[in-house]
Design a protein around this ligand. Sequence first.
Ligand SMILES: NC(=O)c1ccc[n+]([C@@H]2O[C@H](COP(=O)([O-])OP(=O)(O)OC[C@H]3O[C@@H](n4cnc5c(N)ncnc54)[C@H](O)[C@@H]3O)[C@@H](O)[C@H]2O)c1
Length: 323
Amino acid sequence: MSAPILVTGGAGYIGSVLTRMLLKGNRPVRVLDRMLHGRHGLEDLAHDSNLSVLTHDLRDPRVHEEALEGVHTVVHLAAIVGDKACALDEELAVQTNWSATVAFARRAQAIGVHRFVFASTCSVYGEGREETLTEESPVQPLSLYAETRWHAEQGILELVNDPVFEPVILRFGTVYGLSPRMRFDLAVNFLAQQAVREGAVRIFGGSQWRPFVHVSDIARGIVMAIDEPLPRDVPPILNLGDNLENYQLRDLKEELEAHVPGVRVTIQPEKEDRRTYRVSFDRIEREWGFRARHRVGDGIEEVARAVRSGVIADPRERRYYNA
Ligand SMILES: NC(=O)c1ccc[n+]([C@@H]2O[C@H](COP(=O)([O-])OP(=O)(O)OC[C@H]3O[C@@H](n4cnc5c(N)ncnc54)[C@H](O)[C@@H]3O)[C@@H](O)[C@H]2O)c1
């Protein structure tokens, strides 16, 4: 049997989609996850002989050895995710998202791991004003969450000059779409469920730019980061998304009206939100030919269908929110 791919945070929103994609491709997976949001993301995979699950906390350095044994490839998704979740316990966020992440990457390097894929975020760009942001643009993290991801990037980039260890940093856009570990604290998912349940939604603000990306496109991009050669002559950082999926938040009105018939959408005056970033995804298209296969409208439709049909009985349940 080939070496397992270690997926930290593999029971999470993105991790549970990625784990299934890898297993479907006949690739053994080892998940390391402390199950902060429960185990249901992996529930139906319990009997898959290609999957093993370690329920441990990444912050404990003693678990690194066991998790990394015989592993050549790591996808590091485990984190305290989102501005609100990080604000709840700042110390936990700093430890998990920054110090333990860098310590874990160092351990992976020492043990002889080859490819180390790190999940960062386009929110490191913060306040991007009007220009389209590339991997070379200055960052301006505006929350503790974005700050911890940025510091982790820096710690991981210190490890690049190694003949074996190949870290790659993916900056994800804001994710949407259905996952076995569903999150409704993400903008598109939240608005779609509210549109179905209440028939009316309010969008706060409107002019801020956000790059959105479907969760299965994210998983496909991660698989490319596992398999494809890294860009030459530039730091191994790639924005993961698609130029066509940059939206101003007010554009979601049209998308919701098109995909949830009858919904009433109002735009409320701007709230205090300086975060705005329109992102270029030219590098990932040039290097790996990555283009998104889904659009925000597809995500709204699939979430709306799941709520309408009762597949998701009550999107207000606590477990769907990180904070
Ligand atoms: N969802 C998005 O829109 C988005 C956007 C940009 C970047 N990201 C990044 O993608 C990654 C995954 O995000 P997600 O949306 O799947 O979040 P999620 O909260 O659904 O999943 C995170 C997982 O990490 C696990 N975890 C947390 N702390 C841990 C620890 N100390 N040890 C072991 N496991 C731990 C949790 O139990 C959870 O299963 C994160 O690194 C996040 O920063 C996500």
